[in-house]
Design a protein around this ligand. Structure first.
Ligand code: COA
Length: 161
């Protein structure tokens, strides 16, 4: 079975991530969207909240949504997955992606990272910019699924800012 992992922080998931997921899902027998943590980031949503927001945004039996707080290379080994999918929005993403791909390969020699270019109409989207727009009451209709928009409004209305 060709199983691939699309890992990310997804704090929160955006239409940019969903575009990548939908474009690559058909290339594999199973795609695991894996909510993981980067030690250098402070998250607005907990790992469980991020996972739930993705689960509620996607309907495709080939796509599984999971979370993991350890090393991606270990998760892939434990789940018999040999492919990591990552999106590249601009040249500025390239160096970071190359470093992660090479480090993941070093940690698990059976892993290959496949990169996909973001849709040029969506390559300006990031989770941080979405959070900033939500915090300032901007329109997110075309940037996030409706459940994510609702969750952001709730977070910021609770004064978590
Ligand atoms: N559409 C919208 N936004 C996109 C995007 C797309 N197609 N592609 C990337 N982004 C944005 C994200 O929204 C995010 O924006 P933000 O920085 O404003 O939050 C940014 O690009 C990068 O996010 P992401 O792709 O989720 O990467 P990350 O750096 O947050 O997370 C992990 C990387 C979680 C996959 C990585 O840290 C990891 O593997 N962690 C597990 C521990 C581990 O193994 N560490 C060693 C790794 S070598």
């Amino acid at each position: 079975m060709k199983r691939a992992i699309y890992p990310g922080s997804f704090d929160p998931i955006t239409v940019g991530h969903i575009d990548i997921i939908q474009r690559v899902a058909g290339l594999f027998d199973e795609l695991i969207v894996l909510v993981a943590n980067s030690t250098s980031k402070k998250y607005l949503f907990s790992i469980d909240e991020r996972k739930q927001l993705i689960t509620d945004s996607l309907i495709d039996p080939k796509i599984k949504v999971e979370s993991y707080e350890g090393l991606l290379a270990d998760y892939a080994r434990d789940h018999n997955a040999h492919i990591i999918v990552r999106g590249i929005r601009a040249v500025s993403d390239f160096e970071y992606e190359m470093t992660m791909a090479n480090m993941n390969k070093k940690l698990n020699e059976n892993l290959e990272t496949v990169t996909v270019f973001a849709d040029p109409n969506l390559n300006y989207i990031s989770s941080s910019i979405i959070k900033e727009i939500a915090k300032l009451g901007g329109d997110l209709t075309t940037l996030t699924p409706p459940n994510v928009h609702e969750a952001l409004v709730k977070k910021f209305n609770k004064g978590n800012n």
